[in-house]
Design a protein around this ligand. Structure first.
Ligand SMILES: [Zn+2]
Length: 214
């Protein structure tokens, strides 16, 4: 189950996190930027390991390319890890993606989680802010039954695809400045594990190939 806008308290906490994020670690200025380019900057838990990044960015790019005709996303964008940003590096516009918890580990110890969203954005002063949150621990537990029997690389690819689709769903809210949903596809109000990774699972079984896998 996925809900884009969490409870009010969660939203308040998220907003405070966003404000802290902006004040403490705004990564780039407009100086020297590419006016037409949007930077999608990913922040992750310090323990998240390198192998997730290539599959995650591959999946993200492939999903946007596949859906561009249908979804209103910028034509020019760049995916960047916050840790690789250089001083003075700038872009015309920045969308930040905060990955909460271990996004590189699909099989995580089960812990009871209260009902809540897999991803969300924050509306402040009437505007949907350019900050996306993805709860990776919740995603891992949500996908758990669907990823049993997959090897480590395959599970990582499943996490990468799920995270990408959740983040893109939220990014569309930002770009359209709308909380509108659709009855089918990535813009559904709730994305099932089937919506998130079933085509990838089918690829594993059907042709033993992992799109974006390493
Ligand atoms: Zn939504």
């Amino acid at each position: 189950m996925k809900f884009c806008f969490g409870p009010a308290v969660l939203r308040l906490i998220s907003l405070l996190l966003v404000v802290a994020l902006v004040l403490c670690s705004r990564p780039a200025s407009a100086q020297g930027s590419s006016p037409a380019e949007t930077a999608v900057v990913f922040y992750a838990d310090a323990h998240v390991t390198d192998p997730i990044w290539a599959p995650l960015f591959d999946e993200f790019q492939a999903e946007v390319n596949a859906e561009r005709q249908e979804y209103p996303l910028p034509e020019h964008f760049k995916l960047i890890r916050a840790t690789t940003l250089a001083t003075g590096q700038g872009f015309g516009r920045i969308v930040e993606v905060r990955l909460i918890g271990r996004c590189d580990v699909a099989e995580q110890a089960y812990r009871p989680l209260p009902h809540g969203p897999l991803g969300w954005v924050v509306r402040a002063s009437g505007e949907i802010q350019p900050f996306i949150f993805v709860d990776c621990a919740r995603v891992a537990q949500y996908l758990g039954p669907s990823t049993r029997g997959l090897n480590e690389n395959q599970r990582r690819a499943a996490m990468a695809r799920a995270i990408s689709r959740i983040a893109i769903h939220e990014w569309i809210h930002i770009e359209t400045q709308s909380d509108r949903h659709e009855s089918r596809g990535i813009r559904q109000p709730e994305l099932s594990s089937h919506d998130l990774i079933q085509d990838l699972i089918h690829d594993q079984i059907g042709v033993s190939r992992i799109p974006g896998g390493r």
